[in-house]
Write a protein that binds this ligand. Structure first.
Ligand SMILES: *Cc1c(COP(=O)(O)O)cnc(C)c1O
Ligand code: SF4
Length: 443
């Protein structure tokens, strides 16, 4: 199939759009001028159930919705656009709104970008000892954009906010110089937007360097959901699969961190065939998704996602809590509700599907799992566990907060018993001293 993208400029040419109301179409244009909007012919023709639009989850996943902006922001943009303002004015207003939407949550810029031999590695993040996250400069877009995505500043053309790196050499040196690193995680955007040749130019130096500490090469991708033809009929699909085989032959574990948000993305021949072909190369597909209101906020949907993934040979890995950025107000659920959905879904499936960890907040101190509610001496509490920590010693430690039915993020929580969270003093130290301080803890 030939790939064809739709954005705010040409979405009106999609025939099914004609069945939406005038107001719904305007909303796509108004919100799509602030938040990134891109979808494609596979999503439009195979994944969206147009008989259910605008409430169809796959429609909401790629098409902007009015309530994704606050009423004030929406009104500002709508007025500008309807008044026929020029592009520059619209962009200026959109940028001002974007800046208010917490474009880089969890200290991503200041805290996670490593400094190496005096140079700031702007295309890298190194938050957890074992794993370097790498943003190849040519992989900073996707086959379609998810409306919930926290990577959105990278797509909306704001200067100075984009992570990028052309330097696979630097990546090799960095992994060599940091023996605690076992994993390199390619992310973006979607690294599989890159042609095989380009991806190869990043991967091959890593393999040829023969780094003894490097064990796992991970690729964070949504291509299976949004463009499975990347692995089947695209003209360089066969080369891509050979490249995966090479990783395996070099003795490295190749892991796909595949993003699937709804069971519809796992239906159909194209995705089934793509998954089978990847697995044939010796790679392993692990799956993850945030829990999203309007899209997948029910135990039935999650139990179905996990079961279907296992049927196809994938391993459920993370259920995330929607982050505090972009359109979070539209997607977020209280932490207590997130845990209930997780628990009810988890109870419905066998242990084979229970490799999934969740619900997990990827936040400033680390990855925090909500374990549930508890009562200690008559006091109702929420219990948590750190799954990843800026200090590896924090991992697998439980902690408590006061019970709070409204809390939607880690920052809303009050530590229980009038004490600080166990990691607070050390985290404050890291915040004061920057990533350098944390790096010393790694060595
Ligand atoms: C989630 C994440 C990782 C990977 O964590 P795993 O638990 O090993 O999958 C690495 N770096 C960052 C910044 C992350 O958010
Ligand atoms: S595919 Fe991934 S990076 Fe791209 S918009 Fe969706 S969640 Fe974000």
């Amino acid at each position: 199939m030939q790939y064809h993208a739709y954005s705010v400029h040409n979405f009106r040419s999609i025939p099914q759009i004609a069945n939406l109301t005038r107001e719904q179409i305007d909303a796509i244009e108004v919100v799509g001028s602030v938040l990134p909007f891109k979808t494609n012919n596979y999503v439009v023709e195979n994944l969206i159930d147009w008989s259910k639009a605008p409430d169809d989850p796959m429609f909401i996943l790629t098409f902007p919705q009015k309530d994704m902006l606050s009423p004030e922001h929406y009104a500002t943009m709508e007025k500008l656009i309807l008044s026929g303002a020029d592009k520059a004015r619209i962009k200026e207003a959109a940028d001002a709104i974007r800046l208010q939407l917490n474009p880089h949550p969890a200290g991503q810029i200041e805290l996670n970008v490593p400094v190496w031999c005096g140079e700031t590695l702007s295309g890298f993040q190194h938050k957890y000892r074992e794993t370097v996250v790498f943003f190849p400069s040519q992989g900073q877009t996707c086959h379609a954009y998810c409306t919930f995505c926290f990577r959105w500043p990278q797509f909306s053309g704001m200067e100075g906010l984009k992570f990028a790196s052309r330097e696979s050499e630097l990546l090799v040196d960095y992994v060599r110089g940091n023996p605690g690193v076992t994993d390199v995680l390619f992310t973006g955007g979607d690294p599989l937007i890159m042609k095989t040749k380009i991806l190869e130019s990043y991967l091959r130096p890593l393999l040829e360097a023969d780094l003894p500490n490097l064990r796992h090469i991970r690729i964070g991708t949504k291509a299976l959901g949004y463009w499975p033809y990347r692995f089947t009929t695209d003209d360089d699909a066969a080369g891509l699969l050979s490249l995966f085989r090479e990783v395996k032959a070099a003795g490295k574990h190749l892991a796909f961190m595949a993003n699937f948000n709804h069971p519809a993305e796992l239906e159909g021949e194209a995705v089934e065939e793509a998954i089978a072909r990847i697995i044939e190369t010796g790679a392993v597909i692990r799956t993850q998704s945030p829990l999203l209101r309007h899209i997948n906020d029910s135990p039935e949907v999650w139990a179905g996602i996990w079961q279907k993934q296992v049927d196809l040979g994938c391993i459920p890995y993370y259920m995330f809590v929607a982050r505090d950025t972009g359109a979070q107000r539209y997607f977020s659920l209280p932490l207590v509700r997130a845990w209930e959905i997780f628990r009810e879904a988890y109870q419905r499936v066998s242990g084979i599907c229970r490799t999934v960890r969740g619900p997990v907040m990827s936040c400033l101190p680390g990855k925090v799992q909500i374990l549930g509610t508890a009562a200690i001496q008559g006091q109702k509490l929420l219990t948590f566990r750190m799954i990843q920590g800026r200090n590896p010693d924090w991992v697998a430690r439980p902690f408590f907060s006061e019970y709070d039915e409204a809390a939607t993020w880690y920052t809303d929580l009050k530590p229980a018993f009038g004490e600080d969270f166990f990691f607070k003093a050390e985290l404050d130290g890291i915040l004061r001293n920057g990533a350098h301080h944390q790096k010393h803890e790694f060595e």
